[in-house]
Design a protein. Structure first.
Length: 327
């Protein structure tokens, strides 16, 4: 529909919605004021939808005009109602939540010995897609790649993934049933099931072990939220756990010929030292304001230091850095 057609439709609907019944020589009809753009009024008159004269301040809706207006009101009304329902649902989901039933999860990213985990609290009525969003923001992922959850529920091997593209992955993956993450609430599985595996990016193949830590009847704090964690998350597209180790090695060695390029690339990817505050900034930026990129938060620069050994454990406060941040 072009802009002129839209203006004609909207004007006819407004004339219909502000009309009143009145008797005339031929019986009774709908009369309305014609205080609209004169070109539009002329168009509606030429189309036989209204009847008026140049000197008249009002117009009559013709039978065809009344029928056309009723149809337009029904169509536009249905579209607007649908939009308002979807917008209200989306807004409700994106508002910070509190004083509701919640799940507390611990999610460990497998870095072949290097510690990296996050503890997340989310509302129980979240879908698996909602949980995927929060996990993405909790690490340094940017939602560029495919993902899935694998778990066992009611003695069935279940795969939960995004089916937005219309594909059916059954028969490709090792699962008894494949369901849509957007349509599957967490309560379909938890707390009956206690563990799951979340895999992101089938190239780099990041495997996250998910464990249900606590089922909370009423969580008084704001949700979703990262309440604890340790270890720096790898940057997107670094090349898997092996590529991450190579990245850290080059980053920590200013004499390496690739140091400057790797450092610049790391900055572009938003690589930074873990802190719950920064994680929650990303959750807020991505989940509540729906930014296109979870890295669209106030940037930090970093100074490389010697990376911790893979077996060294953090204390959950982010005091075991691979990077020292300079705000």
């Amino acid at each position: 529909m072009n802009e002129n057609d839209l203006v004609h439709d909207l004007t006819l609907m407004l004339m219909y919605l502000t009309s009143w019944k009145e008797k005339h020589a031929g019986g009774q009809g709908l009369r309305t004021w014609k205080s609209y753009d004169w070109d539009v009024i002329d168009h509606l008159q030429d189309a036989g939808l209204i009847a008026t004269s140049n000197r008249a301040k009002s117009a009559w809706l013709t039978p065809d005009g009344e029928q056309e207006a009723k149809m337009l009101v029904d169509v536009y009304g249905t579209l607007i109602s649908s939009f308002q329902s979807q917008a209200a649902a989306a807004l409700g989901k994106r508002l910070s939540r509190s004083n509701e039933p919640a799940f507390r999860f611990r999610i460990d990213l497998d870095l072949e010995g290097r510690e990296c985990w996050r503890e997340l609290v989310v509302p129980q009525d979240f879908s698996f897609e909602d949980l995927h969003d929060v996990i993405q923001a909790s690490f340094l992922w940017q939602d560029y790649h495919l993902f899935d959850f694998h778990l066992t529920s009611k003695k069935q091997r279940l795969m939960v993934t995004s089916l937005d593209d219309g594909t059916n992955p059954e028969g490709i993956y090792d699962a008894d049933e494949v369901v849509d993450a957007a349509q599957t609430p967490l309560t379909d599985v938890f707390p009956r099931t206690k563990t799951a595996t979340y895999t992101y990016d089938y190239g780099d193949y990041w495997v996250h072990k998910l464990r249900l830590v606590e089922t909370i009847d009423c969580y008084e704090g704001q949700m979703p939220i990262c309440t604890d964690g340790a270890g720096d998350a790898p940057p997107e597209d670094v090349g898997g756990p092996g590529g991450y180790e190579d990245f850290l090695k080059v980053l920590a060695d200013p004499t390496d010929p690739d140091h400057a390029g790797v450092r610049s690339w790391g900055e572009d990817q938003g690589f930074e030292h873990f802190s719950p505050e920064r994680v929650n900034q990303r959750i807020h930026a991505w989940y509540f304001t729906a930014v296109d990129d979870p890295q669209d938060v106030a940037p930090f620069s970093f100074v490389p230091v010697e990376p911790a050994s893979p077996g060294e454990k953090g204390n959950g406060t982010g005091s075991n850095p691979n990077l020292r941040l300079v705000p």
